[in-house]
Design a binder for this molecule. Structure first.
Ligand code: NDP
Length: 247
């Protein structure tokens, strides 16, 4: 059941995170929004409240452990408990390796990998103590299939497949039964392409998204479905893409 669940969403200021926040709040969840753009978060939280839902927000840079710990405290202080966290923040500054965009490489690892590690470290003590909780993460089809230009981004998303699966197995072994769900979206029309600093790559990917992109709402529906399962049931992996996707 979604109603009354307290759910943190990272990367909630746009795209998949925003769509998930709005949908889950409309089903009665209590949402804790995190991202760096607090003006966006404030607007989304106010609109959720105006529609009869409940939401609070905090400035969150996922590369900071302190920020991740603080948003867990905000969830508990605001709503008295924590049931799930959707580790969704990410960027995709694709480029050919020969372009040597090493700042992009390191930032992608910091946000897409270390940001998830920080988010998991922040919730694990709570979920372990209460013997339950749900951790969801946004990987990508780029975490299942390699493509030129996506070596570093894809690598960060491949990492999530291993990490989330081991997380599920270890918590099952330890009897804490933390549910781990990984989502592998294809082309979703969000602000993600704005994170590409290489103009040629950005233009090419823009063309691909124009042809194959689908709405972030489609991923929100999957997030809703995964969280809505009974507590003794976990859906490990979802791949979600457009019906016309040929790859
Ligand atoms: P958006 O660019 O719309 O959203 C990305 C979100 O991540 C924003 O809310 C942004 O907020 C947040 N973010 C970025 N850096 C940080 C940071 N350092 N700390 C906290 N938040 C951060 O794109 P999407 O909604 O598409 O992206 C969401 C996830 O989905 C990403 O992990 C992406 O890799 C994945 N994905 C997307 C696909 C697509 O086609 N769109 C396909 C497959 C996977 P802010 O800038 O305010 O901090």
């Amino acid at each position: 059941m979604i109603k009354d669940k307290v759910i943190i969403i990272t990367g909630a200021s746009s795209g998949i995170g925003e769509a998930s926040a709005r949908l889950l709040a409309s089903k009665g969840a209590k949402i804790v929004l995190g991202a760096r753009r607090t003006d966006q978060l404030q607007r989304i939280a106010e609109e959720i409240e105006a529609a009869g839902g409940q939401a609070v927000y905090a400035k969150l840079d996922v590369t900071s452990q302190a920020d991740n710990d603080a948003i867990v405290s905000l969830a508990k202080d605001s709503f008295g408990r924590l049931d799930a966290t959707f580790l969704n923040a990410g960027l995709m500054p694709n480029s050919m390796l020969s372009a040597l965009k090493t700042d992009d490489w390191h930032q992608t690892v910091d946000v897409n990998i270390k940001g998830v590690l920080n988010g998991v470290a922040a919730v694990l003590p709570t979920f372990t103590a209460q013997k339950g909780g749900h951790i969801l993460a946004t990987s990508s089809v780029a975490g299942l299939k390699a493509y030129p230009g996506g070596a570093v981004y894809g690598g960060t998303k491949w990492f999530l497949r291993d990490f989330m699966e081991v997380l599920r197995m270890e918590t099952a072994m330890e009897g804490t039964h933390i549910r781990a769900t990984t989502i592998y979206p294809a082309a979703i029309n969000t602000e993600l392409l704005h994170t590409i600093s290489d103009k040629g790559v950005a233009d090419a990917m823009g063309g691909l998204y124009a042809k194959y992109g689908i709405s972030a709402d489609r991923i929100a529906r999957v997030v809703e479905f995964a969280i809505d399962q009974p507590d003794d049931t976990v859906i490990n992996e979802f791949t979600v893409g457009p019906a016309n996707q040929p790859w």
